[in-house]
Design a protein around this ligand. Structure first.
Ligand SMILES: NC(=O)C1=CN([C@@H]2O[C@H](COP(=O)(O)OP(=O)(O)OC[C@H]3O[C@@H](n4cnc5c(N)ncnc54)[C@H](OP(=O)(O)O)[C@@H]3O)[C@@H](O)[C@H]2O)[C@@H](O)CC1
Ligand SMILES: Nc1ncnc2c1ncn2[C@@H]1O[C@H](COP(=O)(O)OP(=O)(O)O)[C@@H](O)[C@H]1O
Ligand SMILES: [K+]
Length: 540
């Protein structure tokens, strides 16, 4: 797994490296050389343009320019001001050194000049703004960014594409769209979510020092990005010694007269993700409709209130059904009512491994007046419990209904409020968004995010079904629950990628994802077992 550090913690790593004898100027030298090396590795680089800003990101660019020149590349550094006028000592020194070494410069070019230079270049290195970027992109960089993006030249972003916040993943204005991002020391969260996924291209981490790995780990990573082989730990070994019950049995509780489809999607996903026996429990008033859509899945009718939701009287029936299953998923389409709140509470008190999604989460928000972190006893269990909120549901759970998490780091922070208030290793919050964090008490794991095709109604129900299915197949014996959830998210994303091949990038519906789950599960298993044969882009 690869550690992901908040930007402020990256600065602490920089300081720690200086304490072990690697100076900031040495780090900048290595950063610039690493960027130059990656640019050369693109191949066919005779002419390079380096767009340098006025801070240390620009400093990296001057070093890279000198390194490229030493490799015989025809280099030009574009800078807003003369190297002598740079205010930062380090950036000024490396710029002056590069000029002495013969690097040529273009100071404050017109738009036409810059466009001409870019069109004659084989690669552009973006060294305008790095982790020191804040606010709106100011001139001249807004114009330079526009020129780079419209030039069609290959772009290597140094540390972070200019205009992107390496912390939040937001690019509120102009932002470089890179083919490759060479990021220094370690991954930062903003590269992996929201706008970051669109602008980084593939990501290469340049560690810069042999001590980096250890120091980064000690700097308390905000999350860990999985590599495919990490999932070997939670992959069930294939066996023929099974029957339909021992392959895992899942109970899905949900549905209402308003939302009939959601529990069907969840139950079908659970079956396609490998559970041998899936049962659906829905309000009795919708049983005929539901049963007509699922041939293989028995549907149990639960006592129903007048508004078409599950009533309180369902509690003993649901509890009894849950006892016999290896995992339960509750929530899809169930709505929030006195009856559904009672059912969710009863399931929390039952020992069967449990996944709560959608309205089951809203029931908990109602039960705790939107302050789940103040009621840890509600979640305290000795068997696995997984909550799968999207950003708005997560906001509702932790008292931020009006101001839900807006970035991956916000998701991780809010999910941690919940898991840390509980403090037990049986609880995981799968905080969903453009990138998803599987947050346990000890660590947060970031699976590779799926395609934007997942942003379609019902796709969350499918994920809930997958997680319940995978959990059921472990029979509660899971050493690393966050990792199992991350594997489920990867399966969800991979199935959506396969569905896109049939339905197009905008045509995928949740049921198409379900149809690909079986094939995706096998293919993912192959890729986990033989990662070297994998050609997929593992970065974003
Ligand atoms: N971590 C490491 O170990 C290593 C880090 N290294 C490198 O250092 C980089 C961080 O350097 P840094 O702190 O100097 O910040 P940087 O990104 O150059 O930006 C500051 C400049 O940008 C300007 N500026 C800001 N916002 C702006 C806006 N909206 N629009 C326009 N301008 C704006 C800001 O101006 P100011 O706001 O101060 O007026 C100032 O001039 C890091 O990303 C990596 O590349 C490597 O060298 C070595 C190893
Ligand atoms: N842009 C995106 N890129 C990747 N995954 C996404 C994106 N948008 C949403 N997703 C994923 O799609 C799923 C949507 O879940 P959810 O919002 O609960 O859907 P629903 O409530 O409609 O079932 C989540 O797993 C989420 O991480
Ligand atoms: K940059």
């Amino acid at each position: 797994m690869q550690p992901v550090l908040n930007v402020e913690d990256v600065k602490r790593v920089e300081v720690a490296l200086t304490r072990v004898g690697v100076s900031i100027s040495e780090l900048m030298h290595r950063a610039g050389c690493a960027a130059a090396q990656e640019a050369l590795a693109l191949g066919d680089v005779q002419n390079a343009v380096i767009l340098a800003g006025m801070g240390n990101n620009g400093g990296d660019g001057w070093v890279a320019a000198e390194a490229l020149l030493a490799h015989g590349v025809n280099v030009k550094v574009v800078t807003p001001i003369e190297p002598d006028q740079l205010s930062g000592d380090l950036a000024r020194q490396v710029a002056q050194r590069a000029v002495r070494a013969g690097v040529s410069t273009l100071v404050g070019p017109s738009r036409d000049e810059l466009e001409g230079l870019l069109s004659a270049s084989d690669v552009a290195l973006d060294c305008m703004l790095g982790t020191g970027f804040h606010g709106d992109v100011r001139a001249p960089f807004d114009i330079w960014i526009d020129c780079v993006n419209s030039s069609g030249v290959r772009v290597v972003a140094v540390d972070v594409p200019s205009g992107l916040s390496a912390q939040t993943g937001h690019a509120p204005g102009a932002c470089v769209v890179a083919d490759l991002t060479v990021t220094m020391l370690c991954l930062k969260p903003g590269l992996l979510a929201d706008d970051g996924r669109d602008v980084c291209g593939s990501i290469v981490v340049a560690p810069l020092a042999e001590q980096t790995e250890q120091i980064v780990v000690e700097a308390d990573p905000v999350a860990w990005r999985t590599d495919l082989e990490d999932y070997l730990d939670v992959m069930a070994p294939p066996t023929t010694a099974v029957d339909k019950f021992s392959r895992g049995s899942v109970l899905v509780v949900g549905g209402s007269s308003r939302f009939v489809g959601a529990p069907i999607l969840a139950a079908r996903a659970a079956a396609r993700a490998g559970a041998g026996y899936v049962t659906l429990a829905v309000p009795s008033c919708i049983v005929p409709q539901v049963q007509a859509h699922v041939l293989e899945i028995p549907v149990v009718g639960l006592p129903c209130d007048e508004d078409g939701t599950i009533s309180k009287d369902a509690v003993p029936i649901v509890t009894k059904l849950a006892e016999k299953r290896s995992a339960v998923l509750a929530g899809p389409g169930m709505r929030v009512s006195g009856g559904t709140v009672a059912v969710v509470s009863a399931l929390l008190a039952s020992p069967t491994p449990l996944v709560l999604d959608a309205d089951a989460l809203n029931c908990i928000a109602r039960l705790t007046s939107g302050k789940l972190q103040d009621f840890p006893e509600i979640l305290r269990r000795s068997t696995p419990l997984v909550l799968t909120p999207h950003r708005r549901e997560l906001g509702r759970l932790v008292g931020k209904e009006e101001n839900p998490p807006a970035s991956l780091v916000d998701q991780l922070e809010d999910a941690r409020k919940i898991v840390w208030s509980d403090g037990g290793s049986e609880l995981v919050v799968v905080a969903k968004g453009t990138a998803t964090g599987c947050v346990g008490v000890e660590q947060a794991i970031l699976p590779k995010p799926g395609p934007a095709a997942l942003a379609t109604a019902g796709s969350g129900d499918v994920l809930g079904g997958i997680i319940a299915s995978k959990l059921a197949q472990t029979y509660g014996r899971v050493d690393n629950l966050p990792l199992l959830c991350a594997l489920s998210c990867e399966l969800h994303g991979y199935a959506a990628t396969l569905a896109m091949e049939r339905m197009g990038s905008r045509g995928v519906m949740a049921s198409d994802i379900i149809d690909e789950l079986g094939i995706a599960d096998d293919a993912l298993g192959e890729r986990v077992t033989f990662p070297d044969a994998d050609n997929g882009d593992e970065n974003n």
